[in-house]
Every structure is written in C-alpha cells, then in structure tokens.
Write a protein that binds this ligand. Structure first.
Ligand SMILES: Nc1ncnc2c1ncn2[C@@H]1O[C@H](COP(=O)(O)OP(=O)(O)O)[C@@H](O)[C@H]1O
Ligand SMILES: CC(=O)N[C@@H](CCC(=O)OP(=O)(O)O)C(=O)O
Length: 260
C-alpha cells in the first residue's frame, strides 16, 4: 500500500515521540509499503524566528511570510527538521532521502492569493511524483519538507498539511495519516470525534469548534478525500505504533475523516 504520513512540528518537539513516529514509519516501509513522510516544523520555525527577534503572525492557521521568514523557513524546515527526521529513520535502520518540494521539481507552487496578503505563502499547483517512485524503488523513504518552488524561481512556504494532501493526491495514496499533538478532532463537547464527515467541517469552523492549525489540516483532509485518496485519519503521534494496523485491523485512536 501507499501511505503518506504527515508529522507535525509540535509532535517533533518530544524526542520520545519522534522516536516512536520514526519507528512506526520504518516498520511500515519494512513491511513492504511505499511510505512518504511529509513534515511540518511550525513550532521550530516560530522559535528560531523569535531568537532572531521576529514575532510570528498567523491568519487562519497560515504564517504571514515575508522574505526573511521564508528564508528562515528554508533553513529550519528544509534544513534542520528535514535532516533530523532522516537521521531518526536512519537510527531505525531505514534509509531515507530528505527533499523539499523544489528538489527534482516534485512540487510547483504559486503564491496564495488571500486578503490580507500572506507574502511568500504558496499553494501547490503541479507535481511530478517520479522522484518519489524512484526513491521507493530503491527501498528508501522520501522525507519532504513543505517548501516548493514557484514558476517565478521563488521558494514558497506551504502549510505542511496542504503539502501532505498534495503529496497523497499526486501519488494516488491509499492512506493519508496526520500524526499530531492532539488525540484527534474535538467536538463542541470537548470529546474526540471518532468520525468526521467532510460536510461537518465548515459548520465546526463557523462555530469555532475548530480553529488555528486544525483549519488547514481539515481542509487538507477534505481536498485529499475529494481527489481520490481512499483513507484519511488524524492520529495522535503518541499512538503512531498503530500505523501498521491501519488497513488490516480496526483502530480506535484519533479521528477518521470521511466523505458522506
Ligand atoms: N477542535 C479541535 N480539536 C483538536 N485540536 C484543535 C481543535 N481546534 C483547534 N485545534 C488545535 O489544532 C492543533 C493541531 O494543529 P497543528 O498545530 O497545525 O498541528 P500539527 O503541528 O500537527 O500540524 C492542536 O494543537 C489544537 O491546538
Ligand atoms: C504557510 C504556513 O503556515 N506554513 C507553515 C509550514 C510548517 C507547518 O505547517 O508546520 P506544522 O505542520 O508543524 O504546523 C509554517 O510556516 O508554520
């Protein structure tokens, strides 16, 4: 099976969590699945920007990205975070190849047109999954950071959940799993929803039951499901160990997002 696993920056903060997620991804690959790992690193980027004296601003879960922020995103996401994940997979005996969307022109971006303007924030408009296929053929795991090149030669900062959905759509993934720092999507009563229909997303957003980073995440889930990805699940990173059971057993952790 083809899996796209997205690992969020908050989950990456805890070395034990990182270890668990890398182990689960390595196990999936060793079981013969084709796995692409797409990662975020929003928390790490915010910290580095703060050390540089720059405050971060988000609008509807997306970072306002000026040129300095974009260059810092390249450094942190395509650099340190990406290479740390390659190292973690390596520590579990799994070879991995770290890439950004710009490498091999796997993903092309264009500036996201929003009001207010978000600067160098992009959206994926084209993809060429042949590099992913080539890496899989070599028995390796592509590890993708959420930066992609525009046709104007500029790098754009892509929300990592959007990047993961684009990756899953591009390679016709059987499953897209978001490993995150919460136990799942919480409903109005605070309990984790075991299932979420994509038609409910707009209502949850309107009622402010979902906010911040959950907005682009659920929008990415919706896009992926509407474009042929068969299964989409939001899973707590702490439970990454159940990844290999996803398609063979009934799992209860996290939230399954579904089309009506
Ligand atoms: N209804 C909700 N259920 C769960 N998390 C929510 C909800 N609404 C907002 N959130 C926020 O969404 C965050 C997860 O999104 P995000 O920060 O983008 O995670 P990641 O780093 O995994 O991409 C949670 O930490 C939580 O603060
Ligand atoms: C445009 C935009 O907001 N990009 C994100 C990219 C990283 C990301 O999405 O990281 P997480 O998955 O850890 O949240 C950012 O700059 O924070």
């Amino acid at each position: 099976m083809k899996f796209v696993v997205k690992l969020g920056g908050a989950a990456l903060e805890d070395p034990e969590m990182l270890h668990r997620c890398a182990q689960a991804v390595a196990e999936l690959a060793r079981d013969g699945h084709q796995v692409a790992l797409v990662h975020g690193g929003g928390v790490q980027l915010t910290r580095t920007l703060k050390q540089m004296g720059k405050q971060s601003e988000f609008i509807a879960g997306l970072r306002v990205t000026d040129a300095v922020t974009r260059d810092t995103a390249l450094m942190v996401l395509a650099g340190h975070v990406n290479k740390s994940l390659v190292a973690s997979l390596g520590a579990h005996g799994q070879s991995a190849v770290g890439l950004s969307g710009g490498d091999g022109l796997i993903f092309r971006a264009r500036k996201k047109r929003t009001a207010p303007d978000l600067g160098f924030v992009g959206e994926i408009v084209a993809s060429d999954p042949r590099w992913l296929e080539a890496i899989w053929k070599m028995g390796s795991v592509p590890v993708l950071s959420s930066m992609a090149l525009g046709f104007d030669g500029e790098y754009y900062n892509i929300n990592a959940d959007e990047m993961a959905a684009a990756c899953a759509m591009s390679c016709n993934a059987d499953a897209l799993v978001f490993l995150t720092d919460v136990p799942g999507v919480r409903g109005a009563d605070g309990d984790v929803l075991r299932w979420l229909n994509i038609d409910q997303i707009a209502v949850l957003a309107k009622d402010e039951v979902i906010s911040g980073g959950m907005l682009p995440k659920l929008s990415a889930c919706r896009e992926a499901l509407l474009h042929g990805v068969k299964r989409v699940r939001i899973l707590p990173a702490a439970e990454a160990g159940v990844l290999s059971d996803l398609c063979s057993a009934r799992i209860t952790q996290g939230t399954e997002v579904m089309v009506a």
